[in-house]
Design a protein around this ligand. Structure first.
Ligand code: SF4
Length: 344
């Protein structure tokens, strides 16, 4: 095995091998923790685009790209890192608590039966006072300023399912956002259970399940598509009606946000340059100094630069030029240019 590993490193196939292995492990973990997600609606299925969720159930992707797998791994890792800290504080909690929607007397396969269930990251208990707190943990790539609406929608659904199980208890919730990259941990405000928000989430779950059943019965009824910044990660984008043609006007607000961020970045860069010039002017007068916990100093680094003129002169003596040794190397980049409106 050791030689096979070395071979795959040398052959440059090691990343593909890791991706394949992570896909196998992820499929096993999902099956063990969550069962087959095509057979029920999970709490995390409910926020977001109905079409994306429905296609995820009727045509689940055979595998995930490495980027997505590492996202999954980051989520599990974050939970595994923080949970021991809570336990060490003596806080009483359970992990991966399953809460199932109560269908009353309806049996599976009865019309109206809704297979809705949540696997809740953490539930903290205070049995003496009949209180419990749902903690939904998120480890987004970029920390939002406040919990996203989708986090809160999922949380209300989880709280509602538990409230129906724990009659007479006070059920509250909180979103914990953790950035492994920066070490930041942010708690949302404590959220009270809101029956109206729960009912809306159950209705949405019912719609999702209705589309899944329609599809299984051979009825081609297209689920509604709701575009969002997450469309780029959607497995059903290739035939999504929202992405036919080339003019995606529904992204106008999102693009406006990028333009606004770019403008802010430009202003920030200009302000940083101003500050640096001010400090550099002081350094020019007084030499090295310390301020704000930083040492300000001047360094000289020597880099070697190719002297193209000398090289060209040398090559010309052999009837050659630098161009004779240049190979085309296409570079792909993502560009955003202003679209000029044609005159009418
Ligand atoms: S591409 Fe966007 S709008 Fe279309 S199904 Fe996927 S998430 Fe929904």
């Amino acid at each position: 095995m050791f030689d096979a590993m070395l071979e795959s490193i040398k052959a440059g196939t090691v990343t593909t091998a890791i991706e394949k292995s992570l896909n196998e492990l992820s499929a096993r973990k999902t099956a063990a923790d969550l069962g087959c997600r095509s057979h029920y609606v999970g709490a995390s299925d409910v926020p977001g685009c109905i079409r994306q969720t429905v296609y995820g159930k009727i045509e689940p992707p055979a595998s995930h790209p490495l980027e997505t797998l590492l996202d999954f791994a980051r989520g599990h890792l974050t939970e595994d890192m923080i949970a021991p800290a809570w336990a060490n504080l003596g806080w009483d909690f359970k992990r991966q608590v399953e809460a199932v929607y109560d269908n009353g007397l309806l049996q599976e396969n009865d019309p109206g039966y809704l297979p809705l269930r949540a696997h809740i990251d953490f539930v903290f208990f205070d049995p003496a006072r009949k209180r419990l707190l749902v903690k939904e943990m998120k480890s987004p790539r970029l920390m939002p300023d406040s919990p996203r609406d989708s986090y809160l929608e999922q949380l209300q659904l989880q709280m509602g399912l538990l409230q129906h199980e724990y009659h007479g208890w006070t059920v509250e919730g909180v979103v914990v956002m953790v950035s492994l990259a920066t070490g930041q941990i942010e708690y949302s405000d404590i959220v009270q259970y809101n029956p109206a928000a729960y009912d809306a989430a159950v209705e949405k779950a019912r719609k999702i399940w209705g589309y899944v059943l329609n599809y299984r019965q051979g009825l081609a009824i297209a689920p509604p598509a709701s575009p969002s910044p997450l469309c780029g990660f959607c497995n059903a984008i290739h035939n999504c009606p929202k992405f036919q043609g080339v003019d995606f006007g529904f992204l106008d607000d999102f693009v406006a946000e990028i333009i606004c961020l770019q403008e802010k970045t430009k202003l920030n860069m200009a302000a940083i340059d101003d500050h640096k010039n001010y400090l550099k002017a002081i350094h020019d007068e007084v030499g090295n100094f310390v301020a704000g916990g930083r040492l300000f100093r001047k360094l000289t680094r020597n880099y070697k630069r190719m002297n193209e003129q000398r090289l060209n002169e040398f090559l010309a003596g052999h009837c050659l030029s630098i161009q004779d040794f240049s190979d085309p190397a296409p570079v792909e980049f993502f560009d955003m240019v202003k679209k000029v409106k044609k005159a009418a």
